[in-house]
Each structure stands twice: as structure tokens, then as C-alpha cells.
Design a protein around this ligand. Sequence first.
Ligand SMILES: [Zn+2]
Length: 272
Amino acid sequence: MPVRGQYNFDGGSHLVEGIRIGRVDAGINTTFIIYRIGDTVIDCGPPNQWEEVKAFIERGPVRQLLITHHHEDHSGNGSRIKDITGVTPFAPELAQAKLAAGYKVPPLQRYIWGSPIPVKTVTYPDEMTLSDGSPIIPVHVPGHAKDLTVFFLPKQKWLFSGDLYVSKSLKMFRNDENLSQLMSSIRRVLDLDFEILFCPHRGIVENGRKAMEEKLQNLVWLCSESQKLDKAGLSLATITRKILGREEMVSWLSGYNISRRNLIREALKVSL
Ligand SMILES: [Zn+2]
């Protein structure tokens, strides 16, 4: 599969490089960007795109590999990268058992990304830095996944956001996502002094703080509208249709694992 996009962000003392890859080119949700800042690599890319990931890894020496969470598009090639570089990946503590044992990926996601190869990982060290000694701070931000961790680089004002951002207006949710936690996590990162977001799906968002604030505002609106309609006695299906429109093909194909109604169901639980 070809590389679907190249990213080169000149951050002064550091160049951030990225490639967008994916078996299915149906927009940001089916393609993935693996980033590197010199010898630091963030996430591993989908397992069915190893050829492209391997070439990207081989652009230069790798000193550390940082995994944001266990989902297969982020972690899937950890074992292969370890094999060719000798680097044991860092991963959230909550992800380590799952990553080591492997886990079953639902059919639709398996078609899009492939199945992750089990990998032994270790916890982020107390001090992580770029090659010039500037700090990389892991921040645990559950919601999208229990283990999701983003990386804040205070000197550069960068945030490698895992799947915390993706879009400023969410339309769908996986059935294991927790919206109350997600909103608290967004508030937590908004307390950090970052400007630029590096999202593995959306791309590089230069006005990242504003985009993250807008995402939070949109979610607050979504919760208050859903709760208003719920108080008026409307059903979950009707509230979903009124606010987000009809379910898409992906909801049917995933057996509602990824759907609009999951998002509204969660929106009804959030205390505003
Ligand atoms: Zn994810």
C-alpha cells in the first residue's frame, strides 16, 4: 500500500516527521500517522502496513518508542520495531498485560488495521527527553480508552495527543468509551501550556489549543441538548437521530460497536 501522506514540521531545533498509512483510504478514521522526532518514535502504526512503517523506522536510529494506548493502529507493530531496533517500547501500565498477551480485534477493525502482534513493553521512565534533553511528559487521559496517555513537550508547547482529539465534533463512539472521563481528560490537558497538536488521525493542528477547546464546548452542547430531549421523554434512537442524524454504514458493519447511539447514551450520563 502506498504512503498516503508525508509530514515534515520544522519545529526549530527539532524536525517532526510523519507518514500517513492505511489499507483503506476512507478518511482520517481509517488512516494513521506515525510520527518521529529524531530518534523518538510515537506509536507503531497498524500491523497490516508494516512495509511502510519499517521504511519509516529505518530512516534513522531509534532510541525510544512511546505507545499511547493498546489499540491496534497505535501498538500493532511494537514487536516488529523492537526486533529491528532492539528498543523495548514504553507503554501505559494499564496496557502492558493486554499488549503482552495479544487480544482479539473485531472483524471490521481487523480488516482496516490487522491484528496486533503481542509485545512486551515497559513503563515510561521517570524522565523522558528528546535528544537535546528537553522533557517529554506522559499525561494519563482516560475516556477514549482506559490506558490512553498523551505526551506533553512543555519546551516546544507540543502535545502528541493519541486519540484524545481526532475531531472537534465527535459523531460516533465505541461502546467502551467513557464520555465523562473524556471530558475531564480534555480539561486536564487544557491546563497545560501547549499550542500544537500532533494527532495520528487528523494530522498536525497548529491551532491545537483552540481546537481542543472547541471540542470540549461541542461536547458540553451535545450533553445538554441530549439531556433536554431525554427530559422531554424522547427515546434514545430519536434523540440520536435529531442531534447526530442517521447511523452510518460503519454502525451496521460493526454491530453498533461504533455508533452514534453510543455517544448519545454516554452524553445522557454526564453531569453538567
Ligand atoms: Zn484508540
